[in-house]
Design a protein. Structure first.
Length: 81
């Protein structure tokens, strides 16, 4: 094990489509766990530029991982390098 300790736990709820998108990305990138995949995606997201600040009063459900709720399909990740 590494010397890195993680003292905080973060719990999130995902739709089946969001979980499938996470798992697909994880396996494609050979990440060892879902937690490692989420940490890597958080790192990439925090390093990214060019996104808008969330509007005041916007609800959590407005921030989905996939746009597939209405379409029933997963959106391909074109920016996945």
């Amino acid at each position: 094990m590494s010397d890195l300790t993680r003292g905080e736990r973060l719990q999130i709820m995902l739709t089946p489509e969001e979980l499938a998108a996470l798992d697909d990305w994880r396996f494609k990138k050979r990440m060892p766990s879902r937690a490692a995949a989420v940490r890597e995606l958080l790192k990439r997201g925090l390093a990214a530029e060019g996104f808008d600040v969330a509007q005041i009063g916007k609800k959590s459900q407005a921030f989905g991982v996939t746009d597939s709720a209405a379409e029933g399909q997963l959106k391909p990740d074109d920016n996945d390098a």
